[in-house]
Design a protein around this ligand. Sequence first.
Ligand code: CO
Length: 133
Amino acid sequence: MMLTEIDHIAIAVHDLDAAVAYYESTFGCVVAHRELIETDGVEEALLKVADSYIQLLTPTRDDSPVAKYLERKGEGIHHVGYRVDDCAAALAQVIAQGYKTIDQAPRPGSRGTTVAFVHPKTAFGTLIELVQE
Ligand code: CO
């Protein structure tokens, strides 16, 4: 079993501050981390829930994948991040079985993690992120 825990559920939103305020005031959530990821064109806020996070995502530019997602599908769940011990090994396993991936090799994620994305097309409609801490 390669997936050790659910790291985060990512939710695409138009207004990051408004979404953070909603989770804070409605559920008493606390922002554990906030980061601008320039290469992906997103800003994220991580709110801790037990050992996992809710990851609120908003685009920082029009050509970011999250901007396109919002345009097509509107706000809502964007991807699920699973923790793995070895991102490269987990990704290689997906590729070896002939399934589609977004990334061909692991790359830096937020919080100093190493990540790789698995394509939703051959994953029953869910964009999957493999997260190694
Ligand atoms: Co993520």
